[in-house]
Design a protein around this ligand. Structure first.
Ligand SMILES: [Zn+2]
Length: 64
């Protein structure tokens, strides 16, 4: 079994999730391999991605 590594530049964590590249590239996360179809994200970057993908909503509530 292959143990995938997070695809975000500078990250060496093992991946938890796999997302389509489109979903990830629009959040501005920088990828090691921009040509890949699926992006693997570690726990940390998956959280970050979730935040970023919600970030299209204006920041009415302020930072927590
Ligand atoms: Zn990562």
């Amino acid at each position: 079994m292959s143990n995938d590594i997070c695809d975000v530049v500078g990250c060496e964590e093992s991946s938890e999730r796999s997302l389509s590249k489109q979903k990830v590239s629009c959040t501005g996360l920088e990828l090691k391999n921009p040509d890949c179809r699926n992006v693997h994200l570690c726990k940390k970057h998956y959280k970050e991605w979730k935040k970023l993908s919600k970030g299209s909503i204006p920041d009415y509530y302020g930072a927590d």
